[in-house]
Ligand binder design. Structure first.
Ligand code: ROI
Length: 158
Protein backbone atom coordinates (compact mmCIF):
# COMPACT_ATOMS: atom_id res chain seq x y z
CA UNK A 1 0.00 0.00 0.00
CA UNK A 2 1.15 3.51 -0.78
CA UNK A 3 0.28 6.42 1.48
CA UNK A 4 -1.10 9.28 -0.61
CA UNK A 5 -2.16 12.83 0.25
CA UNK A 6 -4.95 14.45 -1.77
CA UNK A 7 -5.79 18.16 -1.80
CA UNK A 8 -9.51 18.86 -2.04
CA UNK A 9 -10.92 22.22 -3.13
CA UNK A 10 -14.24 23.69 -4.21
CA UNK A 11 -15.75 27.15 -4.55
CA UNK A 12 -19.02 26.47 -6.38
CA UNK A 13 -22.32 24.69 -5.75
CA UNK A 14 -22.15 24.22 -1.94
CA UNK A 15 -18.41 23.60 -1.47
CA UNK A 16 -18.72 21.80 1.89
CA UNK A 17 -21.15 19.32 0.33
CA UNK A 18 -18.83 18.90 -2.65
CA UNK A 19 -15.96 17.92 -0.35
CA UNK A 20 -18.11 15.55 1.72
CA UNK A 21 -19.40 13.89 -1.40
CA UNK A 22 -15.87 13.61 -2.82
CA UNK A 23 -14.70 11.82 0.34
CA UNK A 24 -17.55 9.33 -0.01
CA UNK A 25 -16.71 8.82 -3.68
CA UNK A 26 -13.01 8.29 -2.88
CA UNK A 27 -13.98 5.55 -0.42
CA UNK A 28 -15.42 3.66 -3.39
CA UNK A 29 -12.18 3.71 -5.45
CA UNK A 30 -10.91 0.16 -6.03
CA UNK A 31 -7.97 -1.05 -3.91
CA UNK A 32 -8.03 2.24 -1.99
CA UNK A 33 -8.98 3.29 1.52
CA UNK A 34 -9.59 6.80 2.85
CA UNK A 35 -7.61 6.86 6.07
CA UNK A 36 -8.39 10.34 7.40
CA UNK A 37 -9.21 13.89 6.40
CA UNK A 38 -8.16 17.23 7.89
CA UNK A 39 -10.63 19.85 9.04
CA UNK A 40 -12.28 21.87 6.28
CA UNK A 41 -10.85 25.37 5.79
CA UNK A 42 -12.29 28.45 4.18
CA UNK A 43 -9.66 30.20 2.06
CA UNK A 44 -9.43 33.33 -0.06
CA UNK A 45 -9.19 32.51 -3.76
CA UNK A 46 -5.77 32.55 -5.37
CA UNK A 47 -5.97 33.25 -9.08
CA UNK A 48 -7.27 35.79 -11.53
CA UNK A 49 -10.54 37.68 -11.37
CA UNK A 50 -13.37 37.68 -8.89
CA UNK A 51 -14.40 34.31 -7.55
CA UNK A 52 -15.94 33.00 -4.33
CA UNK A 53 -13.89 31.80 -1.36
CA UNK A 54 -12.83 28.16 -1.46
CA UNK A 55 -13.29 25.32 0.95
CA UNK A 56 -10.10 23.25 1.17
CA UNK A 57 -8.97 20.12 2.97
CA UNK A 58 -6.36 17.37 2.69
CA UNK A 59 -7.15 13.64 2.88
CA UNK A 60 -4.82 10.68 3.44
CA UNK A 61 -5.47 7.57 1.35
CA UNK A 62 -3.87 4.13 1.27
CA UNK A 63 -3.85 2.64 -2.20
CA UNK A 64 -2.59 -0.31 -4.21
CA UNK A 65 -3.19 1.58 -7.46
CA UNK A 66 -0.36 3.21 -9.35
CA UNK A 67 -0.36 7.00 -9.52
CA UNK A 68 -1.89 7.27 -13.00
CA UNK A 69 -4.69 4.82 -12.17
CA UNK A 70 -5.42 6.85 -9.06
CA UNK A 71 -5.37 10.07 -11.12
CA UNK A 72 -7.90 8.51 -13.53
CA UNK A 73 -10.19 7.64 -10.61
CA UNK A 74 -9.90 11.13 -9.11
CA UNK A 75 -10.60 12.84 -12.45
CA UNK A 76 -13.67 10.63 -12.91
CA UNK A 77 -14.92 11.88 -9.51
CA UNK A 78 -14.21 15.51 -10.50
CA UNK A 79 -16.20 14.98 -13.69
CA UNK A 80 -19.11 13.40 -11.78
CA UNK A 81 -19.17 16.58 -9.70
CA UNK A 82 -19.65 18.76 -12.75
CA UNK A 83 -16.08 19.93 -13.08
CA UNK A 84 -15.46 21.99 -16.21
CA UNK A 85 -11.94 22.63 -17.37
CA UNK A 86 -12.54 25.69 -19.54
CA UNK A 87 -10.74 28.41 -17.59
CA UNK A 88 -7.33 27.81 -16.05
CA UNK A 89 -7.46 28.83 -12.40
CA UNK A 90 -11.16 29.63 -12.69
CA UNK A 91 -13.85 28.75 -10.15
CA UNK A 92 -14.53 25.03 -9.82
CA UNK A 93 -17.00 22.64 -8.27
CA UNK A 94 -14.31 20.15 -7.28
CA UNK A 95 -10.56 19.86 -7.52
CA UNK A 96 -8.77 16.70 -6.36
CA UNK A 97 -4.98 17.00 -6.56
CA UNK A 98 -2.45 14.29 -5.80
CA UNK A 99 -0.07 16.18 -3.51
CA UNK A 100 2.18 13.29 -2.47
CA UNK A 101 2.34 9.68 -3.62
CA UNK A 102 4.47 7.87 -1.05
CA UNK A 103 7.93 9.37 -1.44
CA UNK A 104 7.75 9.17 -5.24
CA UNK A 105 8.84 11.99 -7.51
CA UNK A 106 6.75 11.83 -10.70
CA UNK A 107 7.21 14.00 -13.79
CA UNK A 108 4.93 13.03 -16.66
CA UNK A 109 2.82 15.20 -19.00
CA UNK A 110 -0.31 14.38 -16.98
CA UNK A 111 1.03 14.33 -13.48
CA UNK A 112 3.70 16.07 -11.41
CA UNK A 113 4.19 14.86 -7.84
CA UNK A 114 4.85 16.40 -5.35
CA UNK A 115 2.26 18.88 -6.61
CA UNK A 116 4.42 21.71 -8.01
CA UNK A 117 2.46 24.59 -6.44
CA UNK A 118 1.64 23.06 -3.05
CA UNK A 119 4.61 24.73 -1.36
CA UNK A 120 3.21 28.22 -2.09
CA UNK A 121 -0.31 27.49 -0.87
CA UNK A 122 -1.20 27.71 2.79
CA UNK A 123 -4.61 26.16 2.01
CA UNK A 124 -2.66 22.97 1.21
CA UNK A 125 0.22 23.19 3.70
CA UNK A 126 -1.93 24.01 6.76
CA UNK A 127 -4.35 21.05 6.47
CA UNK A 128 -1.45 18.78 5.51
CA UNK A 129 0.42 19.87 8.65
CA UNK A 130 -2.65 18.98 10.69
CA UNK A 131 -2.27 15.36 9.50
CA UNK A 132 1.55 15.12 9.47
CA UNK A 133 3.22 18.00 11.34
CA UNK A 134 6.70 16.50 11.01
CA UNK A 135 6.47 15.74 7.27
CA UNK A 136 9.54 16.01 5.07
CA UNK A 137 8.93 16.22 1.30
CA UNK A 138 10.70 13.74 -1.01
CA UNK A 139 13.24 16.47 -1.86
CA UNK A 140 14.12 16.91 1.83
CA UNK A 141 12.26 20.16 2.51
CA UNK A 142 10.45 20.34 5.84
CA UNK A 143 6.74 21.11 5.87
CA UNK A 144 7.06 23.40 8.89
CA UNK A 145 9.73 25.46 7.15
CA UNK A 146 7.63 25.71 3.99
CA UNK A 147 4.67 26.87 6.09
CA UNK A 148 6.77 29.62 7.66
CA UNK A 149 7.90 30.80 4.21
CA UNK A 150 4.48 30.51 2.54
CA UNK A 151 2.85 33.76 1.38
CA UNK A 152 0.00 34.65 3.74
CA UNK A 153 -3.53 34.13 2.43
CA UNK A 154 -6.76 34.39 4.41
CA UNK A 155 -7.48 30.94 5.81
CA UNK A 156 -9.66 29.77 8.66
CA UNK A 157 -10.85 26.44 9.98
CA UNK A 158 -14.56 25.84 9.53
N1 ROI B 1 -7.54 29.18 -4.30
C1 ROI B 1 -7.89 28.63 -3.13
N2 ROI B 1 -8.00 29.41 -2.07
N3 ROI B 1 -8.14 27.30 -2.99
C2 ROI B 1 -8.05 26.45 -4.06
O1 ROI B 1 -8.29 25.24 -3.90
C3 ROI B 1 -7.67 26.99 -5.29
N4 ROI B 1 -7.54 26.18 -6.38
C4 ROI B 1 -7.14 26.64 -7.54
C5 ROI B 1 -6.83 28.10 -7.75
C6 ROI B 1 -7.74 28.64 -8.84
C7 ROI B 1 -5.38 28.24 -8.18
N5 ROI B 1 -7.03 28.90 -6.57
C8 ROI B 1 -7.42 28.37 -5.39
O2 ROI B 1 -6.99 25.81 -8.55
Amino acid sequence: MTCVYIGLGSNLAHPVEQLRSALTAMEAIARTRVDTCSAFYSSAPIGPGEQPDYVNAVARLETDLDAIALLDALQAIENQHGRERSIRWGARTLDLDILLFGSDIIETPRLSVPHPRMTERNFVLQPLAELVPDLTLPDGRSLQKLLQQCPPNRLHKL
